[in-house]
Design a protein around this ligand. Structure first.
Ligand code: ZN
Length: 68
């Protein structure tokens, strides 16, 4: 298996992340500096993740698992 680049790993995460509460827009991946990435997730207005009422940890872990 060929080692993956940081961009490929985070792109896989962006492709597989979905908010379990609002089914968010597909995340936008930006590289703000060489190999420093920002993943902008478009939650719906009022999403409990967006307002911090619930954690998105489980959604992130599922996305990481699917991207692996
Ligand atoms: Zn959401």
């Amino acid at each position: 298996m060929t080692p993956r680049t940081p961009r490929e790993i985070i792109a896989g995460l962006a492709d597989t992340y979905h908010c379990g509460d609002c089914r968010s827009d597909p995340p936008e991946l930006r590289e703000i500096a060489p190999e420093i990435f920002v993943l902008q997730i478009g939650h719906a207005d009022g999403c409990p993740v967006l307002v911090g009422a619930v954690s998105d940890r489980a959604d992130l872990l599922r996305a990481i698992d699917r991207a692996s």
